[in-house]
Design a binder for this molecule. Structure first.
Ligand code: C2E
Ligand code: CA
Ligand code: CA
Ligand code: CA
Length: 281
């Protein structure tokens, strides 16, 4: 009836208003969170599969809510990109990571060749001065840029290859390592891969987790590993959750492992405890 139609219309506009209100609230909260430094960095260990030693960590941003839970970065990072706030947040992550590395090195808490991988988004890569910004922070804090790695998603490469290639080359010239994240999901062309100064590729966790159930995932993982090795890159597997995953990837010749099977992302204090326990066992 006409009455129902009107009600439905009202229902939709209320819902739309609600989602606009929520989106605006997220923007307000994000600006405040940045200003008041509400973010934290968590670390997830990276393990050398051949020696089973911890060789570094991936840095993952965390935004705690008043109730102690975290708003997932998959929710607020795209918003920060849209707002242009990602540059400030990204710089904060870099500075915080570099400060942490320096203090841990000074206290002999980590080996000097430990590598810390930081995620960067396309918007950060495309400013045209990311490498200089990072170089300035690294110099100011006084650490060796060799300790740093950036992870960029494979899909970035397809959007604007020329800009991406220039930006990654500039980072590489600053002695910062580069790995391609979520590899296998982004259809990057092989010729671009060859042109880029890439140190490692990370097999996307969707393939790792399909290993036991899906024969095609097996073929894809093996193909990615030989591709990486043929191009002189290290191959990292993310999202390893089971002993069976670990065995399959070791057998396939994967170099570096990451996932809940080894450890979840941890706050800094827990990460240091983990390293102490790990090296004692
Ligand atoms: P990503 O770079 O692909 O990170 C891997 C995600 O998988 C992380 O989610 C990590 O906590 C999760 N993970 C690790 N091991 C396992 C596992 O064994 N099983 C499963 N199911 N998941 C696992 P998280 O921390 O929620 O981050 C989500 C995404 O947010 C990241 O995906 C990355 O794209 C982005 N992100 C996180 N921190 C930053 C940051 O500082 N800057 C930027 N630009 N993006 C970030
Ligand atoms: Ca990553
Ligand atoms: Ca990933
Ligand atoms: Ca991802």
């Amino acid at each position: 009836s006409k009455e129902e139609g009107r009600n439905r219309y009202r229902f939709f506009t209320d819902e739309m208003q609600e989602s606009v209100r929520e989106a605006l609230q997220l923007e307000i909260d994000l600006r405040r969170a940045y200003r008041q430094q509400e973010f934290d960095i968590y670390l997830q260990p990276k393990i050398c599969m051949a020696t089973e030693s911890v060789i570094g960590a991936e840095i993952l941003i965390r935004w705690p809510r008043p109730d102690g839970s975290f708003l997932p970065p998959d929710v607020f990072i795209p918003k920060a990109e849209e707002m242009g706030l990602i540059h400030d947040i990204g710089e904060w992550v870099f500075r915080e990571t570099c400060d942490t590395i320096r203090s841990w090195q000074q206290q002999n808490r980590i080996p000097l060749d430990f590598t810390f991988a930081i995620n960067i988004s396309m918007r950060q890569l495309h400013t045209g001065h990311l490498a200089e910004d990072i170089a300035a922070i690294v110099k100011e804090v006084g650490i060796d840029p060799n300790c740093l790695e950036v992870e960029v998603t494979e899909s970035i490469m397809m959007q604007d290859p020329r800009v991406t290639i220039d930006a990654l080359n500039a980072l590489h010239q600053q002695k910062i390592k580069i790995s391609i994240d979520d590899f296998g999901t982004g259809y990057s062309s092989l010729s671009h891969l060859r042109q880029l100064p890439i140190d490692a590729i990370k097999i996307d966790k969707s393939f790792v987790q399909a290993l036991e159930s899906d024969g095609q995932a097996d073929a894809i993982v093996n193909t990615i590993i030989s591709l990486g090795h043929n191009l002189d890159m290290r191959v990292i597997a993310e999202g390893i959750e089971t002993e069976a995953n670990r065995q399959a990837l070791t057998a396939a010749g994967c170099d570096v492992a990451q996932g809940y099977f080894y450890a979840k992302p941890m706050c800094r204090e827990d990460f240091l405890d983990y390293l102490d326990r790990y090296s004692a066992s």
